[in-house]
Design a protein around this ligand. Structure first.
Ligand code: ZN
Length: 66
């Protein structure tokens, strides 16, 4: 089983649960349950983009709405 010595690699995948699909990442991130796999993959891509942009704290206000 692989360890993460310095940094957690961001490797996303999607997991289906019933009629929902959830994006997951090797770093422990998990997206919301989506009814469409394409939407879950979009969540994963956005997570990768956020990870590439650097660590950011969760914003308690001013969350972007879709
Ligand atoms: Zn990640």
């Amino acid at each position: 089983m692989p360890d993460a010595p310095d940094r957690a690699p961001h490797a996303t995948s999607t997991a289906e649960s019933g009629s929902f699909c959830t994006a997951r990442c090797a770093c422990g991130w998990r997206g919301p349950a989506r009814r469409a796999r394409s939407q879950a993959r979009t969540d994963a891509e956005r997570h990768l983009a956020d990870a590439a942009a650097g660590p950011q704290p969760d914003t308690g206000s001013g969350r972007p709405l879709e």
